[in-house]
Design a protein around this ligand. Structure first.
Ligand SMILES: [Cu+2]
Length: 269
């Protein structure tokens, strides 16, 4: 849907790095345009009346009770408009919700993310593509995936509510103790992105961040997995921390397969 509309409200700050990121941005843009249009009209009317009917010498103010039909339409008609625009928006929201949250497309691989106060543990499947087997690869605060592969995730929590959030993917999902929550994502840009807890989960919440690295191909991914197994892995999470925040303004066009920042990060490891 974002092919028709992209104001860059979000992509100016965070790249759209998953298959459904554009759809989420489209909703933000649509809401901004509709709400912004009526915001301007409403305030323009308000200020026009304030100036047009300002206090004047010898002119007595008219007392309006708002009980007559001709006066009530000033609130009724805008209400109908609000409902009509709400229904219009909800139509798009339902389509995106069904595609992102209620559909589970076939996957290439599965990852497990476990939140706890205050870090993330990740489980990668290893060569057999199955979790809970001998060759699983466990990491802390470092998640690795491959570009253009569809992943199912399993979210768990060891203690309290957390939220598995990857802003570049426009993905957020609560983790709930005692439950395994499933969902999916498909990364479309390689690089290392922020992954953070987005649910106040105690006094260390702000430190509960991690990194997700989207590898351009399987070779790069396998090399990293081998390095983790061999104990020679240098944490991408630590490297990202040392690089500091993403420089602004930062834009990624759809035609760019890899963002400048992603390339800079990719070259750094
Ligand atoms: Cu948390």
């Amino acid at each position: 849907m974002n092919e028709y509309l992209d104001l860059g409200l979000i992509t100016s700050f965070v790249p759209a790095a998953s298959s459904f990121a554009g759809d989420i941005d489209f909703l933000f843009d649509l809401i901004t345009i509709i709400v912004g249009f009526w915001f301007v009209i409403t305030l323009a009317t308000l200020f026009y009346f304030m100036i047009r009917f300002r206090r004047r010498e010898g002119v007595k103010a008219l007392y309006i009770s708002g009980e007559k039909h001709s006066e009530k339409v000033w609130t009724h008609y805008p209400h109908y408009g609000v409902i009509a625009f709400d229904v219009f928006l909800i139509g798009f929201v339902i389509v995106v919700w069904v595609n992102v949250k209620q559909t589970l497309p076939a996957n290439e691989d599965t990852i497990r993310a476990i939140g706890q106060q205050w870090s993330w543990s990740f489980v990668h499947t290893g060569a057999d593509g199955k979790l809970d087997t001998e060759d699983d690869v466990n990491t802390v605060n470092d998640l690795h995936v491959i570009k253009d592969n569809t992943y199912h995730f399993e979210l768990q929590s060891r203690d309290v509510l957390h939220n598995f959030a990857i802003p570049a993917f426009r993905l957020r999902q609560d983790t709930i103790p005692g439950r395994t929550i499933r969902g999916w994502f498909k990364p479309t840009i390689s690089g290392t992105f922020d992954l953070q807890c987005a649910e106040i989960c105690g006094r260390g919440h702000s430190m509960m961040f991690a990194a997700i690295t989207v590898h351009p191909d399987r070779k790069s991914y396998d090399e990293t997995m081998d390095a983790i197994r061999a104990g020679t892995y240098e944490s991408h999470f630590e490297k990202k921390r040392q690089l500091g925040p993403v420089p602004l303004p930062f834009t990624v066009s759809k035609s760019e397969a890899d963002s400048p920042y992603a390339i800079e990060l990719a070259q750094s490891f």
